[in-house]
Design a protein around this ligand. Sequence first.
Ligand code: HEC
Length: 145
Amino acid sequence: MRYIMFPILISSMVSCASTPTANPSPAITHTNDGALAQIDQGKKLYVQYCAGCHGNGGEGTAKAPPVVGAGAFPLVAATDAKRNVPFHTAADVFTWTVKHMPADAPGSLSTEQYLAIFAFDLTANGVKLSAPLDAAKAAAIVLHP
Ligand code: HEC
């Protein structure tokens, strides 16, 4: 995934005035406390519930596709995949995931927990959240127009 995939987000959410440093940490410098707490919670939940199949860095494993990086969240899944809905926005990914993930216990987490995992995952994909993620914000994050 690249920044270019998030035109709405970039224009409306990246409003940090600080000058980038030589080695910037965008998730920290551009994110408020509420979003940071959500991202931090999501990281822990991801490790606990998702990393076993999707990999510690979300890079994917033999068991499951990547959820971080250039190959994450394609518009249409591979032909042998169970996923049969296109991923236009982050909300599409979210809705599908709540119903189907974790694959060994679908729907077993709270909405708050799924949102936290997505806040973490989107951040890992280069999206900058200036406030905690909610359903409306997820719908505005366009992955594939
Ligand atoms: C037991 C293994 C397993 C666990 C645990 C698991 N997943 Fe998955 N996940 C899969 C498999 C297998 C697929 C591919 C499903 C298909 O065929 O479309 C998948 C697909 C996905 C997709 C869609 C990817 C795509 O490109 O279509 C997302 C998003 C996702 N998982 C998120 C999560 C999240 C978030 C968690 C933790 C809450 C999680 N998964 C936990 C096995 C797992």
